[in-house]
Design a protein around this ligand. Structure first.
Ligand code: NAP
Length: 238
């Protein structure tokens, strides 16, 4: 496999796993000029390739890697949480994918890359760059993946609670009404960090209003308490 960036698009790549990320990744690599087979389903055998990229659930990586070793020179996965026990390199696009995104969805994303050797890591970086991503490295994958869950999965859990409370308050189109508030909060956080971006009754020390919100939070009381505690800690952090 030639790790020179200008030659990377000539690399023969198999994408294994025809789910959410595998489908988009195969289309994006193809659009960038890679010689791509796939995305391949679980019963399809990859041909001889320079690189097999496993886009399978994390628990399936070991088995899929063992199968891919028969025909691939190098094996990669795209998991954020998994180390290099079964593969040579990894490229984790820091984004959430449904499978319906266009090939250019990777442009401008961060990608956590790793490799068993310096050359493997260089290939991971080149692949990330070829897709328009910005490669970076992490020192602790579990902590990194926890950060990703906070930024995506847990945000959705919080927004779902907001949607349900707004519905209970009689709002007919809660997502449309709440989305500008959520979007502006994210933009403010991106620009100046959470502490400076924080507004609302906890930031103002208006505990009577906080108590009224808590009483109204119904089935979301536990979530309210956890988030109120975290918000107070954020406000008071030196
Ligand atoms: N989706 C995201 O937002 C996202 C973002 C970043 C990274 N990732 C990473 O991408 C990887 C795949 O996630 P996903 O969300 O795309 O999962 P997914 O939608 O569940 O797709 C996984 C696919 O892998 C197939 N599969 C399972 N075992 C296989 C095997 N042994 N050989 C070949 N194919 C096999 C599954 O087929 P069956 O349906 O037949 O089981 C399914 O089509 C994971 O490592 C995940 O951490 C995902």
């Amino acid at each position: 496999m030639n790790p020179t960036p200008s030659h990377a698009p000539g690399m023969a790549v198999a994408v294994i796993g025809a789910g959410r990320l595998g489908t988009v990744l195969a289309a994006a690599l193809r659009a960038e000029g890679f010689d791509v087979t796939g995305p391949l389903g679980r019963d399809e055998q990859a041909p001889e390739v320079d690189l097999a990229i496993l886009a399978v659930p994390d628990a399936a990586i070991a088995d899929a890697a063992a199968a891919a070793r028969r025909t691939a020179t190098k094996i990669a996965h795209v998991s954020g949480a998994t180390g290099l026990e079964h593969v040579d390199l990894s490229i984790h696009p820091l984004q959430t994918f449904t499978g319906a995104e266009p090939p250019e969805v990777f442009h401008g994303l961060g990608a956590a890359v790793d490799g068993r050797t310096g050359d493997d890591r260089a290939v991971a970086e080149q692949l990330a760059r070829a897709l328009g991503m910005i490669p970076f490295t992490v020192t602790d994958r579990a902590t990194y993946h926890a950060a990703a869950s906070f930024a995506s999965n847990f945000v959705l859990a919080v927004l779902d609670a907001a949607e349900r409370l707004a519905t209970a308050a009689g709002v007919e189109n809660p997502r449309e009404i709440l989305a500008p508030l959520a979007r502006q909060s994210v933009e403010n956080w991106e620009r100046c960090g959470a502490q400076k971006a924080l507004t609302g009754p906890i930031a103002r020390g208006d505990e009577a209003t906080v108590a009224a919100q808590r009483a109204a939070s119904g089935e979301h009381r536990d979530l309210f308490d956890a988030l109120a505690t975290a918000t107070r800690a954020l406000k008071d952090r030196a």
